[in-house]
Each structure stands twice: as structure tokens, then as C-alpha cells.
Design a protein around this ligand. Sequence first.
Ligand code: R5P
Length: 289
Amino acid sequence: MLELISPNFSDLLKPNLQLGKFPDGDSHVHLPPIPAGKQEITIFHRLYPHQNDSIVELLLILGSLVSDGHRVSVVVPYLPYARQDKKKMDGEVKSAEALCDLLHRAGCAKLITFDCHFLNAEGPAEYGGLAIENLSMGEALIEHAKKIFGLEPFEVIGPDGGAAYLVKNWGGKHLTKVRGEYDANSAHKQRHIESLTGDMGVKGKNVLILDDMISSGSTMARALEMAREQGAEKIGCAATHGLFLHNALDKLQKVADFVFSSDTIVSSRAEVSIKARLTDHLQGGAKLF
Ligand code: R5P
């Protein structure tokens, strides 16, 4: 298998392709020499934080390799647009499906990603015609929390139904979240949380709140406050994808004893690497390609 590594993966692997910009803003891609004949190629490319440019770069790379006859899979640790998987109003585009369809049509044989928002289980799936392998960081995040809690036991709680599969293997419960309509006065598309309910059963216990992502931090902040109100002792929170928009990190650090994420997105709180899980999948999963 041939690996093409984007510069935005340089924290984990040595880049071997070059990305740049023309003066007018067009993307420029320079691939390394590819051996003759049909190759099995895996592209490692982050699509966040500059999602729109990064998606175009990926489509250019895919287009070139596929038209040369290669079989190409892509590793995208965090899939942007994944939360736009439902139409909330007439005319709204289901962008998650549209993006997967685009990658499929561009010839992507498989998308390997982590804790993808619109999937509710680890493993192979198909969405928008695209074959996806959804890897989970649940176990690695919980192992990291064990080190922080030391020898003390702790409960694992998901803040909503989307996090159910992340917590269920650890006997964890999840809360029920109801979001309202889009906030009319918000410059950004944002839906406020109408309610977060559930009995955590955490009185006198340590708690880890675990979610697929922390974006504005509103969900996590509400869950942390609930845990405090319900009498929890030490409280930590973690997510696979730490976007930490605006003042999310400050907000969470005021309530939580600790906050961390995996490095699907690079940040100061990315304490758990995806590399071991990825390597394990790619090496153990030779038959999958
Ligand atoms: C949504 O259902 C996800 O599982 C997360 O709970 C959500 O996307 C987090 O967003 P925010 O940090 O903006 O509340």
C-alpha cells in the first residue's frame, strides 16, 4: 500500500505531498512520483480547520489518482459537515450526504474516519454511496481518563443519544438532549439546547462525560453542570473531536476538573493520539482494502 501524507498530518506522519496556493487563491497540489501500474493508495489528509479548502485539495488529489487508474482510500480523522445529516427546514441541503456523495463520485474507495457524527456504531458503514470505516476513540479516551483519575473509580456518561455507542461498552448511561430551532438572531447557524435530562446517578462519584465532539461546548457545559447539581465528586470531560469554538475551553474548564480530546483535531487539549488506533486498523485490516 502506498501512503500519501498531507502536510496537515505532519504531527503524526512524515508528509510526502505538497500543498500550496496560486496567487488568486486556487489550490495547488504536487504529488510525489507514483510507481507504474495500478496502486492501492491511502491518502492521509485532515479536513479541519480549513474545511472548504481542504475538501477541494482532497478532491484534486483523488481526481488525479483515480483517473490514473489507482484504487484510493482516504483517512480523514474528523469529517466536517457530518452534523448536517438532517433537513431542519425546506430547501436546506443535507450537506453530510452531499459531501459523501461527492467523495464517492470522485472515486474514493473508502473513507476511514473517527466517531463520525451520523453513524451510531464503530465499524464499516455506507452513507451517500460512500464506503466508510468508522473507528472509535472511546476506549483510548477512557483509558486516558483512568490515568487522570488514578486508582479512583468513575462513571462514564454520554450527554446525548449520539454518544450512546461511545459509552455503552463501559456500562455508561446517556442523557437526552432536545435542541430548539435555529436561533433567529444568531449570525451562525446554531440551535440552542432546549433541555438536557436524565438521572446520572452520580452522587458522591467521579464522572467522565464523553461525547463525539465538543464544538461550542454548550452540550458539555450543560452536562457538567448537571453532574455538579446531582452531587458528583471529581468531574472530567472528553471528546473525540475537540473543536473548542470561541470560549468553549474556558467555559468548560470553569466547571470541569479536566478537559481533553483526541488529536483528530490539533489543539492544546488533544492529549490522546489516534495513531495507534489508525495503525492497528490499517495493519490488521489489510483484507479490508
Ligand atoms: C451532537 O449531537 C453531538 O454529539 C455533540 O453533542 C454536539 O455536536 C456538541 O456541540 P456543542 O459543543 O456545540 O454543544
